[in-house]
Design a binder for this molecule. Structure first.
Ligand code: GLV
Length: 378
């Protein structure tokens, strides 16, 4: 890890150490990947205003996220299949987040279950919910998150169906992995990954397998999602979820001002401006393009979080400058997980922390609260 200086270095390690189908699952986007690229290009186009000779000796990244203290405005986003990037990936990533003083979000589509993670980490984590046709299962799943003392529920609202990821189909990505000769050869060249996998608790969807019919077999994600996810999901269902979940609710996957106004009416405490990392509606605007008008419309009534495209502390600063209160990272920490396990996730968080600290210093600001569009060069 000594020579790892940026998230791209972790990405290269991830690519070397993890079978192609799981690396690609995390790395790639949907269809032509226009939105995936726009997320990065639009962030990179935002320039900072360099300020000099300001006393920046007391820089402090600490903040609050949904009223809870956090060491910096960063959250580990829900990412499916972490346990396929590294054995016990969900537990490992959660531990790294908690050691760094930031929230971790467990995906519904995790390999380790809610209970596995709760039994192996020190503090509460957030739980992300996908709504499936079997509402009895969903009610039970929310109750399991309550029993595990999860401290927020993140309802993903932009994935009633899966935007096709060509790479997953071409790679024959299934959970658990289906044995073919090419996969066998790929796995044989990734011994550290195989060893980690053999030590891990599970190799299939821990929250789901055994709870819903037809989920115990080898499945391609697209086929499974199409058969299980509820395409009738609508705003009224948010009320239903709120009637079961008594805690903090975050709606993740909003890109439109009208939707943001609807989100306020649900009584959710926060929303995440996100296009799912360019994995869903290809051709949608970049997340950073959508952020300012959503902040203008509802920022005084809801906490606004930002997701999609963050690969550096500079990117976090850009999103905060445009009104986000905190940022989620997905790929940035998954590259750490695949590339180096718990130390790799810790490294990813550390890289972003140091980049943010330096960027603040060079822009002449000392606190997160001071960051607004004055740090940008127009
Ligand atoms: C699931 O959330 C995915 O993007 O694959």
């Amino acid at each position: 890890m000594k020579h790892v200086t940026c998230i791209e270095d972790l990405r290269q390690l991830h690519k070397r150490r993890v079978p192609k189908m799981f690396f690609d699952y995390a790395d790639r986007g949907s269809y032509s990947e226009d939105t995936l690229r726009a997320n990065r290009a639009d962030l990179e186009a935002i320039k900072f205003r360099q300020r000099i000779l300001v006393d920046v000796s007391k820089r402090d990244l600490s903040t609050t996220i949904l009223g809870e203290p956090a060491s910096m405005p960063l959250i580990l986003a829900p990412v499916g299949l972490l346990g396929m990037q590294h054995g016990d990936g969900e537990i490992i990533a959660c531990r790294a987040a908690q050691a760094a003083g930031i929230p971790f979000t467990l995906s519904t589509m995790s390999i380790c279950s809610i209970e596995d993670v709760a039994a192996n980490v020190a503090k509460p984590f957030w739980f992300q919910l996908y709504v499936m046709k079997d509402r009895g299962f969903i009610k039970a799943l929310i109750e399991r998150a309550i029993a595990a003392k999860c401290s927020a529920l993140v309802l993903t609202v932009d994935l009633q169906m899966l935007g096709q990821r060509h790479a997953d189909i071409k790679n024959g990505m299934t959970v658990p992995p289906e044995w073919t000769l090419s996969k066998f050869i790929d796995f044989a060249t990734k011994p550290a990954w195989v060893a980690g996998m053999l030590r891990g608790k599970r190799r299939t969807f821990g929250n789901i397998a055994g709870h819903i019919k037809g989920t115990d077999d080898i499945t391609a994600l697209g086929t499974w999602t199409a058969s299980q996810f509820d395409t009738t999901l609508n705003w009224k269902d948010v009320d239903w979820i709120r009637s079961i979940w008594p805690g903090k609710l975050i709606l993740k996957g909003i890109l439109d001002v009208e939707d943001a106004n609807e989100a306020v009416k649900t009584g959710a405490q926060a929303l995440v401006v996100s296009n799912h990392g360019g994995r869903q509606l290809d051709g949608a605007p970049s997340s950073i393009e959508a952020l300012p008008e959503i902040v203008d419309a509802v920022g005084s009534r809801m906490e606004i979080m930002f997701d999609s495209g963050i690969r550096s502390g500079q990117d976090v600063m850009r999103a905060l400058a445009l009104g986000a209160k905190s940022c989620m990272i997905g790929r940035a920490y998954v590259h750490g997980l695949g590339g180096g396990g718990e130390a790799g996730v810790a490294k990813a968080i550390d890289i972003i922390r140091n980049e943010l600290l330096t960027t603040m210093g060079l822009c002449g600001v000392n606190t997160i609260a001071e960051i607004d569009d004055h740090v940008l060069a127009i």
